[in-house]
Design a protein around this ligand. Structure first.
Ligand code: PEP
Length: 281
């Protein structure tokens, strides 16, 4: 189905029955591919009037029940977004690892949850770089979020320098090892987003072989850490995903979805990516 038809059908469905976005488990069944997860990262974009865009995306996403969809918006928009689209997954983009305390300007995991978020990103490269977040801090953040029941998208990715010097896989697997929560427990899920720093917002993307190689290495790291449960952790690709390249990316082995920045801001750019994920199965 074309995305325009899907958006129109979504609008009709929203009128004739209550919205049912629901949360779904990552695993479809033993040996089956994981349900694709497509999450938007709005970064520092979004004012009150952009809630119309959130509503349009949530409505259109109901047409693709085989794809799990989420939007991670600025913390200050979480509550309004969550109220605007009940049952649709709204997330934050970071949490502080502490439960509470003297941390001016920070947001705890429980605060995000209290505002209506169901998930959060942690360890985005823009925070690792600008806020100098270390692997161990990212690990603490992931553990804090999971402990209150927030789903977590944990980002890893190499710089261009590391890619060019042949150190990409070693860099990312070391980052993963230092950032992964100690154990997986409870209902909340963990997903890993592989985001090469040089591909974010640049229009450049790695080759399909490079993505496949990295996702296989991440899968090995997850299985080493969590045993068979590591097979159930979704690995998203992030970095300049758009309608034109989404189908090719989703066809790569061990690509279980995408973390999308720029192309998640507008319904007409984001919904075709959901359609591509739905077609990939
Ligand atoms: C991101 O910020 O996580 C991201 C992937 O951005 P973009 O899609 O714009 O490259």
């Amino acid at each position: 189905m074309e995305w325009k038809e899907a958006a129109a059908l979504g609008a009709v469905l929203a009128c004739i029955k209550p919205r049912r976005y629901g949360r779904a488990k990552a695993a479809k069944g033993a040996g089956m591919p994981l349900k694709k997860l497509v999450a938007g990262n709005w970064k520092m974009h979004g004012l009150s009037y952009d809630l119309d865009e959130v509503k349009a995306i949530a409505t259109a996403s109901a047409v693709y029940p085989g794809v799990e969809v989420a939007l991670c918006v600025p913390a200050i928009l979480v509550e309004r977004a969550a109220r605007a689209v009940p049952g649709f997954a709204i997330g934050g983009q970071d949490v502080h690892h502490a439960e509470k305390g003297a941390h001016t300007g920070c947001t705890s995991a429980r605060m995000l949850l209290d505002a209506g978020a169901t998930l959060t990103i942690v360890g985005h490269s823009e925070r690792r770089e600008a806020q100098r977040e270390s692997d161990s801090e990212v690990k603490q953040k992931a553990e804090a979020a999971l402990s209150v029941g927030l789903d977590v998208i944990l980002c890893v990715g190499e710089s261009l320098e590391m890619r060019d010097s042949g150190q990409a896989v070693a860099t990312v697997t070391a980052q993963l090892d230092g950032s992964l929560p100690q154990q997986l427990e409870g209902e909340a899920w963990l997903a890993i987003a592989y985001e090469p720093i040089w591909a974010i917002g640049t229009g450049k993307i790695p080759t399909t072989d490079e993505i496949a190689e990295m996702h296989a290495a991440i899968r090995n790291g997850l299985v080493d850490r969590y045993g068979s449960a590591g097979q159930e952790v979704r690995i998203l690709y992030g970095g300049s995903v758009k309608a034109a390249n989404a189908a090719e990316i989703f066809a790569i082995r061990d690509v279980d979805g995408a973390l999308v920045g720029g192309a998640s801001l507008k319904n007409q750019d984001f919904v075709p990516i959901l359609a591509a994920a739905a077609s990939a199965g």
